[in-house]
Design a binder for this molecule. Structure first.
Ligand code: GLV
Ligand code: MN
Ligand code: MN
Length: 390
């Protein structure tokens, strides 16, 4: 289910998302869940035991992907959530559960967390709906083209009747593998700033324009990219990336006139992140000035670091320990739906080992025994929660 044959790319509300919804809807309905699609494109299924009392637990993750993605980032959390509902039914747990397959966490089409923003009541329609994708389609039109109504996005927000949000996700890094562990409870999620950065020079003939008369946008961008890498290597805990590059006119015999870059900075400490972002944009300006280029940048996102709920996370760590496993706690460098949900409800996350630490790549994988362990932890977690609300 992909936009591109031969590789997995599934951005916010693109055609293959319909196929994913159809498949998930079928699985949810076969479990007796009541399924709805909210106006932000989140597919949601509710089930509640006849013996249920108390607030409902939200479980899930995202179904969008980065371009040329692996099979597990997000999707595993959704499929494990389905398993949890099925097991909750088999075990006759007195629970109410809502499963959410979030429409956008990666931001590969617009910006991250569109789905969870809507559910958490943080979807700012005024500024978001006008954003355009690479093809120039506004978010408003993308939502309408999927058959949804942007003016109904406020209805996606959850009410007060929610116990918390639980997300299972691959670690996407090498730590658990290095330590020989299957799973960990997440303590906090690093903040991230994203920018669209543009170096503007002048396109000209590559054969006739002497080197000293050039205004090469890509050469300026390249100098800055090395500065970004050097700065991040020298700054403890900082990661900074230029992950997207678009050139105009992008021809072998034309000096690049414009370089469009996607730039992001992350750190668990918000002031360290902001300081680094500012310093690196100043360095872009200095490089542009020196090369007679024009620099433009636009802040696309500023997401502070977010702690997971202390009590729910302690409860999750105890659950891991109750299964005879080390109760490892760790922060997350990757962004997750849980980080937006945590602004609204208590949130907890379970990580499982990523072989080779590889993610955002088709080689992303999981070990079957870790998936089984994650499921056991999840089942024990909801059993213990059910016993508590009883
Ligand atoms: C989400 O995968 C992120 O970019 O952190
Ligand atoms: Mn993810
Ligand atoms: Mn991801």
């Amino acid at each position: 289910m992909t936009e591109e044959p031969g590789r997995t790319t599934r951005r916010f509300l693109t055609p293959p998302v319909r196929d994913v919804h159809q498949l998930l809807r079928g699985r949810m309905e076969s479990l007796g869940m009541t399924v709805t699609l909210d106006a932000a494109g989140n597919l949601r299924g509710r089930w509640q035991a006849t013996s249920a009392h108390g607030k409902r637990l939200l479980v899930g993750s995202h179904i969008d992907t980065v371009p040329d993605a692996g099979a597990f980032d997000g999707v595993l959390g959704v499929t494990l959530a389905l398993e949890l509902v099925e097991i909750a039914q088999q075990h006759k747990l007195p629970l109410a559960i809502e499963l959410i397959a979030f429409s956008d966490e990666e931001g590969a089409r617009y910006i991250p967390f569109l789905g969870s923003r809507a559910v958490a009541g943080r979807f700012n329609s005024g500024s978001l709906l006008a954003l355009r994708d690479r093809e120039g389609v506004t978010m408003e039109n993308a939502i309408r083209a999927f058959g949804l109504h942007p003016n109904r996005i406020p209805e996606a927000v959850i009410d007060e009747d929610v116990l918390g949000f639980f997300e299972v996700h691959i670690e996407q890094g090498p730590i658990l593998e290095t330590e020989g562990l299957s799973v960990a409870a997440v303590t906090s999620i690093a903040g991230q700033s994203r920018f669209a950065v543009k170096f503007i020079g002048h396109a000209n003939h590559a054969g006739t324009t002497p080197m000293h008369l050039r205004r090469d946008a890509l050469a300026g961008a390249a100098e800055w990219m090395i500065a970004v890498e050097t700065y991040a290597r020298q700054t403890e805990g900082l990661v900074a990336t230029v992950g997207r590059l678009g050139l105009e006119p992008n021809a072998g015999n034309v000096i690049p006139g414009v370089a469009n870059l996607g730039f992001e900075v992350r750190h668990v400490n918000d002031s360290a992140r902001k300081h680094a972002a500012e310093a690196l944009l100043v360095s872009a300006q200095i490089i542009a000035d020196k090369r007679n280029l024009v620099l433009q940048f636009e802040r696309r996102m500023d997401q502070p670091a977010v702690p997971m709920d202390e009590q729910l996370t302690a409860f999750l760590a105890e659950t891991i320990e109750s299964l005879g496993l080390p109760p490892r706690l760790m922060p997350s460098g990757a962004g997750h739906d849980a980080m937006v949900m945590a602004g609204r409800v208590p949130a907890a996350m379970l990580f499982l080992r990523s072989p080779g630490g590889i993610s955002h790549h088709p080689d992303e994988s999981v070990r079957e025994e870790d998936v089984e362990t994650a499921l056991q932890v999840g089942v024990r977690f909801i059993e213990r929660l059910a016993a508590q609300v009883r």
